[in-house]
Design a protein around this ligand. Sequence first.
Ligand code: PGA
Length: 243
Amino acid sequence: MYFIGNWKMYGDFSSIKILKSINSSINAVTKKKDKIIFCVPYTLLNFFSLKFKKSKIAIGAQNCHHLENGPFTGFVSSKMIKNTGAKYVILGHSESRNLGEKNKLINLKIKSAIKNNLTVIYCIGETLKEKRNKDTNKVLSKQIKIGLKNIKNIKNIIISYEPVWSIGTGIIPKIKDLKKTITFIKSKFSKKYKNKVKIIYGGSVNPKTISTFRNIKDINGFLIGGASQSKKKFIDIIRNYYK
Ligand code: PGA
């Protein structure tokens, strides 16, 4: 299982305390195969990557430019992220899509990240309006088709299904809807990959809601926003998941 923290635009050097504290409790609650990843602001990537190099915690970024270098003031490339020691990058998060990031551009970013040996956490999901219009499958199809165009090997991609209306709201999907959506996402992949594609869920995952997701066997993990900035909440999510 993947338990991935998304710190968004929160955290500074002193936040190392939170991760150190999580690190000291993590072995007691996780299984050997679990992957614990924290996607933090660019400013913390190198510091945290070095500090947790020999631990169960891996570090990731939250976006990247689609090119490796160039006259792009203010941007950071996947090559630079790799250079910090980070191993993962979130791409296509709805908070980035909200600022105008389109599937086509995300596709270029994913390719660049894979080329630079980062594992991509590719976020897809419908807005409330799209859900109400019953456009969820259409939106997801497009995000998968264009976002993953010409990407032959999905080994280094984790799909994170995050309904936009669930992010930071405390509202989670109905289990039967979520099961259907996960099956739909799987159906978008060729036979070869259908059973290999890793799909995680994100949106209001916390120590309470996590128990709801326990019985969905096709979910390979969780992307955790708000609750990942608290040691207690993050550890309780894992503990309650395995209860
Ligand atoms: P949330 O955020 O857990 O605070 O809802 C999830 C995310 O945006 O990845």
